[in-house]
Ligand binder design. Structure first.
Ligand code: GLC
Length: 424
């Protein structure tokens, strides 16, 4: 069983038990309608103000926010199980860029083409909008967006007279020179067996000129020399005498952020939200960090993996109109301010990148808009979750030294081809 299965099953049982206790799942105490949505536990406090402003704008409708696990894989399994049961447990779905194809292909989401016309769609960053399309129809409206970035300790590099690295080789050399393990490591990244590892690996893969799955032709590029060189970079980084701690294979986003923020690393690969948190007063590296596009072999600016989250309406919802009204409400500029200013998450609306209030809260936004434009999307295939599981498993085997990069990628390529060749 994949990792995503086990944890999600347990959480789902709890959530279903909780909703079974409600005699009328749709009604709020004292009348009125309730909309339900699952959000990651760490984001829930920031969704509450949006639920409040929505309740004011639409009296009689209340948004109930259920707390779910933070990793995207676990919440995807949970969401899938809930939508599969078609019991209307969730009216709204808060979904990753990679979930759209699967949930839409299964017929679990309401097409939103009529509700969001051309003019409304034009308000969003193009890549974020594209991530909501499946077979030409709109199923997901972008809410916040992500792109992989390279953070670095500007103070340490400047003191040593080292230019911010643009190539993998320069990154490795600088990390080696400036690290003093185990107190300070050279390079942190998300190495646990989960979706974040795929996001990072794809940046290294693309930076080496390689590819994973071509969504048009379904061609798989994992057993080519570029991919082997990319995985060899990761394995070398983590091996004895390398630039990353052995524990990196247990790290997700937050573990790496905490270490970087407490001054325990020179470089960190992560998402835009780190910038604001690492610059807060209580951070040991406030005022000492810089951000770059991810590196490449040639030194040309790399392309970070496109991430991000959007909103969709469950087809089984008994309140589709109210649910659509919430999607509209959450994606206005004032709502984007409410959510993105305190969190440092990157907004999905274009106008947010020139908004004085948001820029004052997070000056990094101005630069981010440009970096974001060159992000690379993960392949849009209905079997994305399985393809990602295959890759995660074989990357993990190579990182653990159980197979060589070549063996791991040959096996991953074979399994991915078999998976994509099967009827959905
Ligand atoms: C971030 C990204 C998401 C990605 C996930 C991986 O949440 O927005 O797209 O799948 O990280 O951990």
């Amino acid at each position: 069983m994949s990792r995503r299965g086990a944890g999600a099953t347990a959480v789902l049982a709890l959530l279903l038990a909780a909703s079974a206790c409600r005699p009328d799942g749709d009604a709020a105490p004292g009348g009125g309608a309730v909309l339900r949505m699952l959000v990651p536990a760490n984001e829930r406090p920031f969704w509450l103000p949006l639920a409040e402003t929505f309740a004011k704008a639409r009296p009689g409708v209340r948004l109930e926010l259920e707390e779910g696990p933070v990793p995207t894989d676990l919440r995807e399994s949970l969401t899938t199980s809930a939508l599969l049961s078609r019991d209307g447990a969730y009216d709204l779905v808060y979904l990753d860029v990679t979930w759209t194809s699967k949930l839409a292909a299964a017929g679990w989401l309401l097409p939103l083409d009529d509700a969001f016309g051309e003019e409304e769609r034009a308000a969003f960053l193009p890549q974020a909008l594209t991530a909501g399309l499946f077979r030409g129809r709109l199923y997901r409206v972008p809410f916040r967006t992500d792109v992989g970035l390279l953070y670095y300790r500007a103070d340490l590099l400047a003191r040593a007279g080292i230019a911010p690295p643009r190539t993998f080789a320069d990154l490795e050399t600088a990390a080696r020179r400036l690290q003093s393990p185990p107190d300070r490591w050279g390079f942190l990244w998300q190495g646990a067996q989960y979706e974040g590892l795929v996001c990072f690996f794809l940046e290294v893969l693309h930076g080496h000129g390689g590819s994973w799955i071509d969504p048009e032709t379904l061609e798989v590029g994992l057993d080519r020399p570029e991919a082997e060189a990319a995985l060899a970079f990761l394995v070398r980084a983590r091996s004895a005498g390398g630039i990353s701690p052995p524990g990196v294979t247990a790290y997700r986003e937050e573990e790496t952020r905490h270490l970087f923020q407490s001054g325990r690393a020179v470089f960190l690969r992560s998402w835009p939200y780190v910038f604001r948190l690492a610059q807060r007063e209580e951070s040991a590296v406030a005022g000492k960090i810089g951000v770059l596009p991810v590196p490449t072999l040639s030194g040309a600016p790399g392309s970070g993996t496109l991430g991000g989250w959007g909103l969709a309406v469950a087809r089984a919802s008994r309140r589709p109109e109210e649910a659509i009204a919430f999607v509209r409400h959450a994606t206005t500029l004032p709502s984007q301010r409410l959510f993105c200013a305190p969190t440092g998450f990157a907004p999905a609306r274009k106008d947010a990148y020139a908004d004085p209030e948001l820029l004052a809260a997070n000056p990094f936004l101005a630069e981010l808009g440009k970096i974001h434009a060159s992000a690379t999307a993960r392949p849009v295939v209905a079997r994305y979750a399985q393809a990602s599981d295959v890759l995660q498993r074989h990357l993990t085997a190579a990182l653990a030294g159980l197979s060589t990069p070549r063996e791991a990628l040959a096996a991953a390529a074979r399994e991915t081809r078999a998976l994509l060749g099967e009827a959905p």
